[in-house]
Design a binder for this molecule. Structure first.
Ligand code: PLP
Length: 406
């Protein structure tokens, strides 16, 4: 007799975005003439850079000719793209920095994926089923839900105003630690010193850090780390998830990568074995990212591609600055938005996340994302996103100023 995986019943109810849509539609039904201004979504809005479009077109054109057609590629990705990423880690200049990244990774430590979200959800499968998993609260829900589905024991690390939204180390022994900096939803970025504490904890406890760096290109402060591998010792205790989604507008094209260093070891594993396990997992359960998307990825990593995609990131970060300045001028307390495309707004007047959401919707016609949707510790906050057209952002700020009357 077949039985369901009853762990699915343990999942926190995922009503966040459907509830937002429901409340927005109900308001629009009563006020059909109102223009709704969305500042809630974590989705890119600006068209792809011209050189990236050229790369994608080149990918399509190759498929049109007998001598350049390709079918299935290597499951771990096009070797040119893996080498280009290895070079990017070593030689590229992060936006705010005066010096190169200087990170040494071999091409076969880099696995091309169709995005960071699936890898974030699948990575735990190469570790023991009885691993204890540390998850931050608030959190990007994928880390939590995928580990609940797998029946893992979860330990929460609170991120609040007191610790500057950088969670403190687990008090007990944990096996896997999911971290994301720059953070979605809080916009917080850990310093090198703070990450070093996690690396030291992981080294001491033979734990593994799963580091989601999807927003690394939004870091402008040259002292902040853009990769976990900027921290000494991280190669033996950390896996990094990365993506072209937010840095180059590939949310719909789909392309990312995961770094599993050969130095990575856990209790009872041989050097290189975890890298081999992920290789085995991917060759078994994944058939590789789209060859067209990978041509696009190569174009993103070209000098021109880097210049053009950086301009897009700057565009979103100007949005973030406009929102942050506007809200602060009104006396609101706002975190994030300086090295991340998210702003974490403290709800005024002791309002709950949903109460502030409703007030913003009904009075200013602006849609945010209630912080409580990202975990208990998100209660009392609202996430605003810098993704959006400038005109829409400006309109939203004017409307908030004129109509919110705090
Ligand atoms: C958007 C986002 C990603 C990117 O996911 P893809 O599957 O690559 O589109 C990864 N991590 C976080 C925290 C995100 O917000």
């Amino acid at each position: 007799m077949a039985k369901i995986n009853s762990n699915y019943r343990k999942l926190p109810k995922s009503y966040l975005f459907s509830e937002i849509a429901k409340r927005t539609e109900a308001f629009l039904e009563k006020n059909p003439k109102v223009e709704i201004l969305k500042l809630g979504i974590g989705n890119t809005t600006e068209p792809l850079a011209p050189s990236v479009i050229d790369g994608l077109i080149n990918g399509v054109k190759k498929l049109a000719k007998l001598d350049s057609y390709t079918g299935y590629g290597d499951e771990q990705g096009d070797s040119r793209l893996r080498q280009a990423l290895s070079d990017w880690y070593k030689h590229s200049l992060p936006a705010g920095a005066g010096k190169k990244r200087g990170i040494n990774l071999l091409a076969d430590e880099i696995f091309i994926s169709d995005g960071a979200k699936p890898d974030a959800a699948n990575i735990s499968s190469i570790f023991s089923p009885d691993s204890v998993v540390a998850i931050t609260d608030p959190v990007y829900p994928v880390y939590l839900d995928s580990n609940v589905i797998a029946g893992k024991k979860i330990v929460y690390l609170s991120a609040d105003e007191k610790n500057g939204f950088i969670p403190t180390l687990p008090k007990q022994k944990v096996d896997l630690i999911f971290l994301c900096f720059p953070n979605n939803p809080t916009g917080a970025v850990a310093t090198k010193k703070q990450l070093k504490e996690f690396v030291d904890y992981a080294t001491g406890n033979r734990a593994v850090i799963i580091f989601d760096a999807a927003y690394s290109e939004y870091i402008k402060d040259k002292n902040l780390p853009t990769s976990i591998y900027e921290i000494k010792g991280a190669k033996s205790c950390a896996i990094e998830l990365q993506s072209f989604s937010k840095s180059a507008g590939f949310t719909g094209v789909r392309l990312g990568w995961t770094v599993v260093p050969k130095d990575l070891i856990v209790e009872g594993s041989q050097p290189g074995e975890i890298n081999q396990f992920w290789h085995r997992r991917q060759t078994t359960m994944f058939n590789g990212a789209s060859n067209i998307a990978q041509e696009g990825g190569l174009a993103i990593l070209s000098a021109e591609g880097q210049k053009q995609t950086r301009k897009q990131v700057n565009y979103y970060m100007e949005n973030a600055a406009i929102i942050k300045r506007g809200l602060k001028d009104m006396g609101l307390t706002v975190f994030g938005g300086e090295n991340a495309p998210y702003l974490w707004v403290k709800c005024p007047e002791g309002l709950s996340s949903w109460e502030f959401f409703d007030k913003l919707l009904k009075k200013a016609h602006v849609v945010g994302t209630p912080g409580s949707g990202f975990g208990q510790m998100g209660e009392g906050y609202l996430r605003l996103s810098a993704f959006g057209h400038r005109e829409n952002v400006r309109k939203a700020m004017i409307s908030i100023k004129e109509n919110l009357n705090l």
